[in-house]
Design a protein. Structure first.
Length: 86
């Protein structure tokens, strides 16, 4: 399987900067793993979207789009689970 390129939306980077440092480290590690396998164990497809998925990182959710034709994983949102789907 080919390696996927990770792209961060500016809004996701801003959300990441607001998180506690320890959480940022865990989120970045989880996102880096998506380059090898964009569908790890525990991934969920979001209802109503063709490309959107989410992974859990503790109490936080990383919402991302997978474009298999371009081999790109686009990180859309990084939020606490209570705010992730609003």
């Amino acid at each position: 399987m080919a390696s996927f390129q990770i792209e961060w939306k500016n809004s996701a980077l801003k959300e990441l900067q607001k998180l506690p440092r320890q959480t940022v480290t865990r989120v970045v590690a989880a996102v880096d793993e998506l380059s090898g396998n964009p569908f790890p164990q525990g991934v969920r497809k979001l209802v109503g979207s063709e490309y959107s998925y989410r992974i859990r990182v503790g109490d936080y959710r990383v919402i991302y789009n997978v474009f298999q034709n371009r081999l790109v994983v686009e990180i859309v949102r990084v939020r606490h689970r209570k705010d992730a789907y609003r």
